[in-house]
Design a protein around this ligand. Structure first.
Ligand SMILES: Cc1cc2nc3c(=O)[nH]c(=O)nc-3n(C[C@H](O)[C@H](O)[C@H](O)COP(=O)(O)O)c2cc1C
Length: 208
């Protein structure tokens, strides 16, 4: 089968100021831009990463366009044992689907007022959005109401359609872009170009 960071209560303004992955690539079946030009704005990059792949993507987004980088931290760290991890994640997904019960995370954001849009970077687990990212979006769904969201996903090989469905369910009141980024772990060496191409397709830039 497939083979497959952080802060507590987050003041995003105090997040990392440095930094900035696909077969993958940009899904260009959607065009969010009402004009042909680039929109400049302020962007928050939120990510969850257990083994570093998604962090690499998020750091690249941050470097190119983001103002702040925010890592989602689970309240209880996940096991490094991959096989056990698969079981834990499956159970958490079952809890979400069956009981509407999300895993506990430490990371909270007071509000997103100073950001024009939020980049959501997550690994794919069992073809779904990673559960800590699901928890973050669930906890903040009201605060993300009306906010533009951009979704980037890493996986070993699985396609991201169910992750997109999770994002639509969790962010039903937000404006989720159809132009998603999917990066396979084997394509991470090409992260700079893949993220650059995505940002170009989104037509967004950082406001100075
Ligand atoms: C619990 C778990 C479930 C996973 N399920 C899948 C899967 O269904 N399909 C797939 O292609 N990759 C799967 N993967 C691999 C991850 O999506 C991939 O390695 C990802 O890039 C990891 O991101 P990270 O390093 O930021 O944690 C899984 C990994 C974990 C830990």
């Amino acid at each position: 089968m497939f083979s497959a960071a952080s802060c507590g209560k987050a003041d995003v303004a105090n997040e990392e100021k440095t930094e900035t992955n696909n077969t993958s690539g940009t899904n260009e079946n959607g065009n969010d831009n009402k004009t042909s030009g680039t929109t400049s704005g302020h962007y928050l990059v939120v990510y969850f990463s257990r083994s570093g792949n998604t962090r690499t993507v998020a750091q690249q987004v941050r470097q190119l366009v983001g103002d702040s980088l925010l890592a989602i931290e689970p309240t209880t760290a996940y096991t490094s044992d991959y096989d056990k991890m698969l079981t834990v994640a499956q159970q958490e997904i079952n809890n979400i689907d069956g009981k509407n019960l999300y895993p506990s995370i430490k990371t909270t954001v007071e509000n997103f007022d100073k950001y024009d849009a939020i980049f959501i970077c997550t690994p794919l687990w069992w073809s779904r959005m990673s559960t800590p990212m699901q928890a973050f979006l669930n906890n903040h769904s009201d605060k993300l109401k009306g906010k533009k969201l951009y979704l980037a996903v890493t996986s070993s090989s699985s396609g991201i359609s169910s992750v997109v469905a999770d994002a639509k369910r969790l962010c039903a009141k937000s404006a989720l872009s159809d132009t998603t980024l999917w990066i396979k772990a084997s394509d991470l060496s090409n992260v700079t170009k893949l993220v650059t191409d995505w940002i170009t397709a989104l037509k967004v830039s950082r406001k100075q």
